[in-house]
Design a protein around this ligand. Sequence first.
Ligand code: HEM
Length: 246
Amino acid sequence: MESLKNKPVDSPNSDLSEQIKAATKDSHIRAENTQLMLNFQRGQITETQYKLLLCSLYEIYQALEEELDRNCDHTGIKPIYFPQELARLESLEQDLEHFFGPQWRNKISVPAATHRYTQRLREIGKNSPILLVAHAYTRYLGDLSGGQVLGKITQRSLGLRGNKGVAFFSFPGVTSPNKFKQLYRARMNCIDVTDQEKLDIPDEATRAFELNIEVFDDLHKMLSITEENSRKDITSNTFASSPVLQ
Ligand code: HEM
């Protein structure tokens, strides 16, 4: 993993939202340029790739949202707690049911990197809940930004109709993603953080990006193995025997 040290920001007194954006600028570029995200942007995502990504997102949001719910009265979490507007777990359940059918829970398959990500979420939810701000920022503001474009591309690439299979990308409780992001940043900036936390939260956000990148890379490896095996016409359960799975 790359150094988690903060990148310098324009002003040491800048708001948390500016600090976090500056600290994760390079990580964002790297996340956009992972093979999986490049495939997405080029409209080259296959149904298998998308289904596997949904499985990992399900595990990640389950951990993130359970920890946010559990800590919703924490003074650092309260200002950025928007379950009505942002929660993704139910939409992911709908998408998984669409692709895997009613028994989807038995068909979830995730790589080791996804477990590492959820373990980190559980750990900070228990020991340093303020750092959940960094994880909520990384996922939700990303979903409301590039995620909106990716949703449309996915729908087109996979020939999906309406919200079927792509509920994850849709935020019925958010009328304007841009205005909501402004509100979210303002709320982040009014969190009462110590000087140390103002350093730790952007650090944790770079870690959150790193965890996402590792999930994308692991998924890409899993998919390469799957595609290789299907070319060899192997019909056994490839995911279960994948070396990247825990
Ligand atoms: C913001 C594109 C992947 C997290 C944005 C913005 C765009 C974008 C256009 C808006 C920038 C702005 O308003 O200044 C993309 C594309 C991606 C991608 C095309 C990949 C195909 C990701 C990933 C994550 C992420 C994988 C994290 C897991 C964020 C965050 C923001 C953001 C947190 C908000 C930045 C801020 O305003 O502080 N993205 N993104 N993005 N993205 Fe991404």
